[in-house]
Write a protein that binds this ligand. Structure first.
Ligand SMILES: [Zn+2]
Length: 155
């Protein structure tokens, strides 16, 4: 295969380019499965809900068990306040995730998009170079010399 960076030919896939050192991916193999955005949205929702419940419960327990006593250290209030802030922050994360989910449902499915926009691996479009048709370097060098020696028509 060819190096996509420097174009060096005749190299094995899944090795490093002999000329520039780029790692050459094997495009004939299917790429690693990437989890779809729906899964990320679902995971985000679950994590946000869990964080909201945990932080609000812990903050409530701190106030209830340790707060408003004669021996209450100010650090208890700071901790409870931070827990409330974390809970609040995750409420807005949850709202954003829900909004994103709605947007995602409204999108045009991939099956309806024109085929031209779908990604096609380059390896399937292009064949390997056929060196049987290659012009030897000596021929091209001669042609260049002949062209430079041939008088050009005056303009
Ligand atoms: Zn290279």
């Amino acid at each position: 295969m060819f190096c996509p960076r420097c174009g060096n030919a005749d190299q094995l896939p899944e090795t490093y380019c002999r000329q520039c050192g780029l790692y050459l991916l094997d495009f004939s193999k299917p790429l690693k499965r990437v989890s779809p955005p729906e899964e990320h949205l679902k995971a985000n929702t679950v994590l946000s809900v869990m964080t909201i419940i945990t932080s609000f419960t812990l903050s409530f327990l701190l106030f209830l068990i340790l707060g408003f006593r004669s021996f209450t250290h100010p650090l208890i209030y700071v901790t409870a306040g931070i827990l409330l802030a974390i809970g609040g922050w995750h409420i807005q994360t949850l709202i954003r995730t829900i909004m994103l989910k709605k947007q995602w449902k409204r999108r045009i499915p991939l099956s309806e998009t024109p085929t031209a926009f779908k990604s096609t691996p380059t390896a399937k479009l292009l064949d390997q170079a056929n060196f049987a048709d290659a012009i030897p370097l000596s021929v091209t060098e001669h042609t260049t010399r002949h062209l430079s020696e041939t008088p050009q028509p005056k303009r």
